[in-house]
Design a protein around this ligand. Structure first.
Ligand SMILES: Cc1ncc(COP(=O)(O)O)c(C=O)c1O
Length: 444
């Protein structure tokens, strides 16, 4: 059995598996193995059991799959208890806004609960085109296509556009969905160090001319570190080396830039300079689904041919499309939500630093990590905070590199300064107590 410690629960998608080169053909002879068919003998199943035992033995609260009641905002109810929450993506606080809820109700009354079919063959409502036009217009795309999930949009787009003769260069902290799209594409895959554009330039010089197409794949605001991409630097590289640039703006649209238009607005670059901008409806936009913005030709091809985007898959449910449309309208008519959210980020980062916490380069998006280094420490603190009514989740290897465990805070417009002070004071206390009880040095 593999090392089945609780921190390995999430080790399913190992970076090693993603590799740095094209998929290799295995020459190992495979033999029939009846025990391999037994789910209970799977390493991952054993990890789940170990994790449950870990939380039960220590009398800790299990922070995974907590049964919640009601809406998640700055607060959440779990089994009748009220918590401060830093684990929701409701950045602009729109998921329970009466305007959004009314829009959903009237869409359901008009179109029912279901798109009807794949959009190409009868599942296309006026609402689908209306919401895509609205997003294209708001973010400055030539055109936009929406599908049922952000994860799937990344997987389907990358794996459709690139193939075995192509090259994909990904930031080391690229979201798993982009990485899995790259694996599925069978292209040559190279991971470059996080935000290291000299390394990227060197890799492009070395490899670009050996491949047909090339794509640089990055996030706008990184979901692990909360820092931003340097868009002008990447645009220069993509032009020099004749590569497509795809930016996953899951955590930057609605959050970054004066009016929430993401990293293009932040850097003063027209969105049309980026080949593909991916966004999700599941964060700022109070819904569920994913979208892509790009040139008319690019989106046309993807809309018709990318398997799983619209082809072979049913369209976005009317309720999700209506929520996304109403949330976008609210983002535009109430820009003070974005200003307040950005103010919250600045205050949280300042208060954390005042208490001696390391937030790295965060401060320009609603994701703020508190770096702890040691996985057990991160898991312990997550559990201790839960006991005092605060929900924040730990992130550890293999999601981030070894030794870079952290607590990851998602901030929303609804959080208050008092909640930040209370949480950070509690965290400081728990951390000091842990260090004095276990005399574990800071392993950062
Ligand atoms: C950077 C990033 N990209 C893509 C996704 C997938 O988005 P969705 O939740 O819409 O599937 C996520 C989800 O958390 C994400 O953080």
């Amino acid at each position: 059995m593999m090392n089945a410690s609780p921190e390995n629960l999430l080790a399913t998608f190992k970076k090693e598996f993603l590799g740095c080169s094209a998929a290799k053909t295995s020459h190992t002879k495979h033999v029939f193995d009846a025990t391999a068919m037994d789910v209970e003998s799977m390493d991952d199943y054993q990890r789940i059991l170990e994790m449950r035992a870990f939380y039960a033995q220590k009398g800790m609260c299990n922070p995974y799959f907590m049964p919640r009641q009601g809406v998640i905002s700055d607060r959440v109810q779990v089994e009748g208890r009220d918590y401060i929450s830093f684990s929701g993506y409701n950045y602009l606080g729109l998921s329970d806004h009466p305007t959004v809820i009314e829009a959903v109700k009237s869409a359901v009354t008009r179109y029912g609960t279901h798109a009807g079919a794949a959009r190409m063959v009868g599942g296309q409502t006026e609402l689908h085109r209306e919401v895509e036009h609205a997003y294209a217009e708001a973010f400055g795309f030539d055109d936009c296509v929406m599908s049922v999930g952000g994860y799937a949009v990344n997987v389907m787009t990358v794996s459709y556009l690139l193939g075995a003769n192509d090259l994909i260069l990904m930031d080391d902290l690229m979201h798993n969905s982009g990485m899995m799209g790259a694996v599925m594409s069978q292209a040559r895959r190279i991971v470059f160090p996080h935000n290291d554009y000299s390394a990227l330039d060197r890799l492009l010089k070395e490899h670009r001319l050996n491949y047909r197409r090339a794509m640089i794949l990055v996030e706008g605001a990184y979901s692990m570190d909360g820092d931003l991409v340097d868009l002008p630097a990447l645009l220069t590289l993509k032009r020099q080396h004749h590569a497509w640039l795809m930016v996953d703006e899951a955590h930057s649209l609605g959050v970054v830039g004066k009016t929430g238009k993401g990293v293009c607005e932040h850097w003063g670059v027209p969105a049309s300079e980026v080949d593909l901008i991916m966004g999700t409806l599941s964060k700022s936009f109070a819904s569920c689904g994913g979208f892509l913005g790009g040139s008319r030709h690019m989106i046309d091809v993807l809309r018709h041919f990318a398997p799983g985007l619209l082809l072979y898959s049913t369209g976005l449910p009317p309720a999700s499309a209506a929520a996304a449309l109403a949330a976008l309208t609210m983002m535009r008519t109430e820009p003070e939500r974005i200003t307040r959210l950005q103010h919250n980020v600045t205050r949280f980062v300042a208060l954390a630093r005042e208490r001696g916490f390391d937030v790295g380069q965060a401060g320009q998006s609603a994701v703020v990590p508190i770096h702890l280094g040691d996985t057990r420490l991160a898991l312990h603190l997550m559990s201790e905070l839960l006991k005092v009514g605060i929900i924040v989740h730990a992130v550890m290897y293999p999601i981030v590199p070894q030794g870079q465990a952290r607590l990851r805070f998602f901030l929303t417009v609804q959080h208050t300064e008092a909640q930040f002070v209370h949480t950070l004071d509690q965290l400081r206390e728990c951390l000091d107590r842990y260090r004095s009880e276990s005399s574990v040095p800071d392993q950062r």
